[in-house]
Design a binder for this molecule. Structure first.
Ligand code: ASP
Length: 323
């Protein structure tokens, strides 16, 4: 009797799931960006949302839920209904590093369903104009000679700019004073105002200000120059050989979201990534497309797990404190 009831219940749930998937989407979808508006994650999510709307036939909103290195915004999605209407935008920081830094009330792998891998962004070492150094070598010498650590803006503990800053400390033997913001958009404002000294920032965030000459750009953390910033040397060229880091992003939904819904979201995102206009907008921000065979939900899941194995030991060894 009990078995029959359970079987019937299972069949009912499966039926409801497929009915939900058939009608999906029947109302607006929200992408939660866990960093400040106007920053690099926000910019990428908004370009994507605008194009995904055409495929899905529904408005795709972007909501900025910031704080604690993006872990608050990700948590909001983890605890949302698993119906595909609330999507988590995140990256190497929020969906890998945060698991090694915060006591999260969710598991980054088992409580989320991967949807799609998004473009990567090299980092760029930038400083305020008040910093006298003109080259990366001069910057490192200036940082080393200071009696107090320089102030480095980040988007919070565990964010991309923070991981890149930790990596910069490790590569140079310099100590930095990290200053957390709710995103690198407000950090960049303070850099321009000379309130902080530097950011190891996403290229897409800083590029326009470097071009405009309101901040200094020293080196891009990639093995080749960025097409969008051809005048900026690579870290290899600037004397910090092997200091490479690109910040990949992705989309996730809460665990238990029907497979058909995940497939529809994945298809809409892939269509957006293949749109030449979207590609052109991404390229002008210095964003690099993921390989075509890495655009399945499974590929993002595998990549995220591999990145956890790669980064957690270094992050844990850095003994990041949250105050
Ligand atoms: N992606 C973050 C932002 O949009 C910055 C970061 O992770 O460093 O502000």
């Amino acid at each position: 009797m009990r078995k029959t009831v359970l079987l019937a219940l299972g069949a009912l749930l499966a039926f409801c799931g497929s009915a939900l998937a058939d009608n999906f989407p029947s109302r607006p979808i929200t992408i939660v960006v866990p960093f400040a508006a106007g920053g690099p994650s926000d910019a990428m999510a908004r370009i994507l949302a605008e194009r995904m709307k055409l495929t899905l036939g529904r408005t795709v909103l972007v909501e900025n839920i910031t704080g604690a290195g993006g872990s608050i915004g990700v948590g909001r999605v983890v605890h949302a209904a698993p119906d595909g209407y609330t999507i988590s935008f995140g990256h190497l920081g929020t969906h890998v590093a945060n698991g090694a830094i915060y006591k999260l009330d969710y598991d980054l792998v088992t409580d989320l369903e991967p949807v799609v891998l998004l473009p990567s962004n090299p980092m760029i070492i930038v400083s305020s104009k008040a910093v006298p150094a003109k080259t990366l070598k001069e910057l490192i010498a200036w940082l080393k000679a200071r009696p107090e650590p320089a102030a480095a803006g980040t988007a919070g503990a565990g964010s991309g700019s923070h991981i890149a800053g930790l990596y910069f400390e490790k590569a140079t033997g310099i100590k930095l004073q990290f200053v957390p913001y709710r995103g690198t958009a407000p950090a960049l404002n303070d850099l321009m105002a000379g309130q902080i000294d530097l950011i190891v920032d996403q290229l897409s965030n800083s590029i326009n200000q470097v071009r405009a000459g309101t901040i200094r750009g020293y080196a891009v953390t990639d093995d080749k120059r960025a097409a969008s910033a051809p005048d900026i040397p690579t870290t290899d060229e600037a004397g910090l050989s092997g200091f490479h880091m690109t910040l990949w992003s992705g989309l996730w939904v809460p665990k238990g979201t029907p497979k058909e819904v995940v497939a529809k979201l994945n298809a809409a995102a892939v269509e957006a990534l293949n749109d030449p206009q979207v590609q052109q907008r991404f390229a002008s921000l210095g964003l690099q497309m993921p390989p075509a065979d890495k655009l399945t939900p499974q590929a993002l899941g595998d990549w995220q797990k591999a990145e956890i194995v790669k980064w957690w030991p270094m992050i844990k060894a850095a003994h990041v404190t949250l105050d």
